[in-house]
Design a protein around this ligand. Structure first.
Ligand SMILES: [Zn+2]
Ligand SMILES: [Zn+2]
Length: 499
């Protein structure tokens, strides 16, 4: 979550100027969604040059607006405006590429030159990884982007599971769950990628993190069988920031988990749909551990990126020092993984609220956190018409009573609706709102990390499968599942107000 740097400032100013001038025209053409709690205005401050319209759905990964449905009658005018927009976008893209010199021609052994003011982390990454193949990486990002839009349309994660983190998986799975309850489909077609540019890199524990800006456009058709007044249809152009992580000491550099070529460790075929547990059934490795290839770990809308993050100013002053001290005791600690775990926990907590079933979270929360979640469970069947996790940001770290304590701020865009049997649903929130939450994670300072994946319904001690149950002891080995001796446990869950 590094703030973006001011790359290509002149181009950004030019882009902003043209954008403001043509704001009305392009808004007609690109159908600014209005979702995301009022973030429908365009943003050019997210990451330097902005050549495409971020219409700010607030969606975490795929663009789904909830603007007024139907297309206007002025389709010819819209097409005209769109062509103008494309021309300008092309010009800006050209200027941007020229400004970025020969990035796209980077070859192994020759790190691409960086323009003035480029992210220092990127420069350091390229210097430390002279064999890094930018074009091959871009191809993986492109594969990931296209496959994820298809997965979203099909509401199936089978094809993308090997290269997404557990937190990303949970975000999608939870949304699919809600969309199924409301009989919703969101088809994305004619997906076009305009540009894929690495914008920042950082070291995070044992991992490298690469942040990539993707600008793209697609047709976006949203259909709700329970209430067709929610249907929308349109064409969207937008930008998102995708974060990929990889272990610095990758056991098999060159592994490719984007083309479904089997287990990157033993070569055995992977199950066609691994579900929430991204594990090879033959050699038992976690395919998405970052040991074999880049893994998608976070998706941030341009409107929430960097300095635009709600949590950007919330970081505790002592955070870097505290993290350094905790990491000295726990070398496996990585901010991106903690934020991913908090995302995962958050989505499961929201599922517990929507299904009114605290057993969904019992295994990974303390008694206090369980009480907090249970107190938030509504009396009626209230579920989420939209539930996007915009961001998860670690903002505080401390050592408390022999434990490591980490606090993660989350921003979500959501609309609660009340289900009425056979009568569709009625809104609780009149429109989408943005809401803040804080998840506190704690683990023993002397913890012994294990291979069990508690958040993926696996006992951390014996790796036995765990269902959604209020029984805290593993049915196989008897060990308390929410022990802080093995795994990060949610010890507090707090609402942080509407934003
Ligand atoms: Zn294997
Ligand atoms: Zn067990």
């Amino acid at each position: 979550m590094q703030p973006p740097t001011d790359r290509a400032r002149p181009v950004a100013i030019l882009a902003t100027g043209i954008w403001l001038t043509l704001g009305l025209l392009t808004r007609l053409a690109a159908r600014a969604g209005g979702a995301g709690g009022g973030s429908s205005s365009s943003h050019s401050s997210g990451g330097g040059s902005s050549s495409s319209h971020s219409s700010g759905s607030g969606g975490f990964s795929v663009h789904s607006s909830s603007g007024s449905g139907g297309s206007s009658g002025s389709s010819v005018f819209s097409l005209f405006c769109f062509l103008i927009f494309l021309g300008i976008a092309g010009l800006i893209l050209y200027l941007t590429l020229r400004n970025m010199k020969s990035w796209s021609t980077g070859k192994p052994g020759t790190p691409p030159p960086l323009p003035d003011g480029e992210d220092e982390g990127l420069a350091a990454f390229f210097a430390a990884n002279p064999d890094f193949e930018l074009d091959a990486f871009r191809q993986k990002v492109s594969d990931a982007f296209l496959k994820i839009q298809a997965a979203w349309s099909a509401q199936s994660l089978a094809e993308v599971r090997p290269f997404i983190s557990d937190g990303i998986y949970q975000r999608f799975a939870t949304q699919f769950h809600m969309m199924a309850l409301l009989q919703q489909q969101n088809r994305l077609e004619n997906v076009r990628i305009f540009d894929i540019s690495p914008v920042a890199a950082s070291r995070d524990g044992e991992y490298d993190v690469l942040q990539v800006r993707i600008s793209a456009a697609m047709n976006d058709a949203f259909v709700c069988q329970l209430d067709h007044s929610l249907d929308t249809d349109g064409h969207e152009a937008f930008a998102e920031y995708w974060s990929f992580i990889r272990k610095r000491v990758a056991t098999k550099p060159g592994g490719d988990i984007y083309q479904n070529q089997g287990c990157p460790s033993c070569g055995a075929p992977l199950p066609p749909d691994m579900g929430e547990l991204c594990r090879c059934t033959y050699c038992q490795v976690m395919v998405n551990s970052g040991e074999f290839d880049w893994v998608l770990a976070e998706i941030t809308q341009e409107a929430d990126y960097g300095r635009d993050s709600r949590w950007a100013g919330s970081a505790a002053p002592q955070l870097p020092q505290a993290l350094a001290e905790l990491t000295a005791e726990a070398p496996d600690l990585a901010v991106q993984l903690i934020e991913d775990k908090a995302s995962n926990a958050f989505m499961q907590i929201m599922t517990a609220l929507a299904t009114r079933n605290p057993a969904v979270v019992r295994r990974f929360v303390s008694d206090d956190a369980l009480a907090a979640v249970t107190a938030l469970i509504p009396q009626q069947d209230i579920i989420f018409n939209r539930l996007y996790l915009n961001e998860a940001v670690l903002f505080d770290a401390a050592r408390v009573d022999g434990r490591h304590q980490l606090r993660v701020g989350l921003t979500a865009t959501l609309q609660r609706v009340q289900l009425a049997p056979k009568r569709g649903f009625t809104p609780v929130d009149p429109e989408e709102i943005r809401a803040g939450y804080v998840v506190t994670l704690e683990r023993d300072a002397a913890a012994v990390p294990t291979k069990g994946a508690l958040y993926q319904h696996q006992c951390p001690n014996c790796a036995g499968a765990v269902g959604d149950t209020l029984d805290l002891n593993c049915q196989y080995c008897g060990v308390p599942l929410n022990s802080m001796h093995n795994e990060w446990i949610v010890t507090r869950f707090e609402e942080n107000g509407a934003l």
